[in-house]
Design a protein around this ligand. Sequence first.
Ligand SMILES: [Zn+2]
Length: 194
Amino acid sequence: MSISQEEDKWNWLEEDNGKYSSKSLRGLLENNRLPVDLNPMEWLRWIPLKVLCFVWRARLNRIANKVLLQHRGVPMDSVECSSCFGEIEDTKHVLVKCPFARTVWGRIGEWCGLEIDGNLEFRDLLDSTLCINQPTAKKRTIYTIFMATGWAIWKARNAFIFNGVRLSVESVVDGVMVSTYAWMKFRAKRKDVT
Ligand SMILES: [Zn+2]
């Protein structure tokens, strides 16, 4: 066995030159070849790549919440949630359990006609849409809405932490409705979306 004297470096295995490219990432996403079993549903092509990437990271507990940053050695004054100051800010808390997130999910649940279980991890909440007794098209719509909801809650969290802007539950829910409508109507060209 020999150990190379060369410095370790990261290589992006999807390109011959080892350099990351968004084109090859899209290829991975579209071919469902990411190195984890994300979910039994295909990657929905009408969802923007940035949202898919966010959801992928959130499912793996890799979004930059305070607990994760502290774990990685980033100096933090506190790992308490900046919204409620009640609990530590981990992925489950920020995306599902925080009172702000819970209220958003409650409204989204009313909109979809579903009871949302606020004790689930975000990934389990997403996967729970697979068990709904509805046609596949309807399940995909709800899955899309749930992805958009996680993304919108995370953006609201960032708007407050980085810009001091406190978004209302209403504006977040409206944003989810507008973006899912646009994705499905114009990107998926679904004629049943009105
Ligand atoms: Zn909170």
